[in-house]
Design a protein around this ligand. Structure first.
Ligand code: HEC
Length: 266
């Protein structure tokens, strides 16, 4: 049997007396739990803090003592540390070249390539499945002339098939000419899907970023930050299809507004 402590018995008696007296139904349920065994541990616990006569200041536990005795970081060090993230941010910014090229064809082209082309050809142009490798000089083998490549990217496999053009690139390509649709995949046409300036920029990226080639006349005319053709396309004063007219004095080959057979080097 559970021994019921004296003070609880007293409390229970008092509760009973109260229940017998005023407003019995409302008060009764509240009073009952105090007498049950379940209430005993709670009541006993509650009684404990009452026993010490006066509240004594307790000695710190080891954890608290250690906390209070810890070596504190000096204010100057705190300030220096708080500036670290800002410094790291500025340091990283200074390391990234970015800005300078971002405006020119190669800067625009890097972004246009990442958004529109890398999904099929691979981020580094290494080729995936039917989407040919363009990097490491491969795109140069198919397209000795940038105009032929621009026309191909403008119109894509379906338009070339519809027009009956079988060889979109160099017919004397080292390793064999690439025949429209022969890869088993379809190259989308990009005319109207992205701007002409973006198409030129993406093509510049495939020719000059994905291959380590010398940057000569073609680069100056089409892909350098000073390229007049790129500027004209951005301003909308000409289109790729009409570039041969606008830049006739620069020896630009006809890209035109329809698929056409590719040309060999020279
Ligand atoms: C949906 C997948 C896909 C996307 C996106 C794509 N290509 Fe292609 N690309 C192909 C396929 C497939 C071929 C081969 C087409 C054929 O056999 O007719 C190809 C061929 C090419 C070729 C000819 C390469 C050669 O040596 O014959 C070039 C250049 C090219 N793509 C550039 C681009 C550019 C630039 C972009 C982005 C503006 C792009 N591609 C986006 C799938 C894609």
């Amino acid at each position: 049997m559970t021994e019921i402590p004296e003070h609880l018995l007293k409390r229970s008696k008092a509760a009973k007396a109260k229940a017998d007296g005023a407003e019995p139904p409302a008060d009764a349920p509240a009073a009952v739990p105090a007498t049950t065994a379940a209430a005993v541990p709670a009541a006993a616990k509650a009684a404990v803090p009452a026993t010490p006569e006066a509240p004594v200041v307790k000695p710190d536990t080891p954890v608290v003592a250690a906390y209070k005795a810890r070596k504190k970081i000096p204010v100057w060090a705190m300030l220096t540390l708080s500036i670290l993230p800002v410094w790291a941010f500025m340091y990283l910014r200074a390391l990234t070249p970015g800005e300078v090229e971002a405006a020119g064809p190669l800067g625009v082209g890097t972004a246009a390539w990442a958004t529109n082309c890398s999904g099929c050809h691979g981020a580094d142009g290494g080729g995936v499945g039917s989407a040919y490798q363009l990097s490491d000089g491969n795109v140069w083998k198919t397209f000795p002339h940038i105009e032929d490549q621009l026309r191909w990217v403008l119109y894509g496999t379906k338009n070339y098939l519809d027009a009956g053009v079988q060889i979109y690139g160099n017919p004397e390509r080292e390793g064999g000419a690439h025949v429209t649709g022969a890869s088993g995949g379809q190259m989308p046409g990009w005319k109207g899907a992205i701007t002409d300036a973006e198409i030129l920029a993406a093509v510049c990226h495939t020719r000059y970023d994905l291959s380590d080639v010398e940057r000569g006349e073609e680069f100056e005319l089409w892909c350098s930050p000073e390229s007049e053709i790129f500027a004209a396309l951005e301003e909308g004063t000409t289109t790729l299809a009409m570039a041969h007219e606008a830049f006739a004095d620069k020896g630009v080959l006809t890209i035109g507004d329809a698929p056409a057979a590719g040309t060999s080097a020279g």
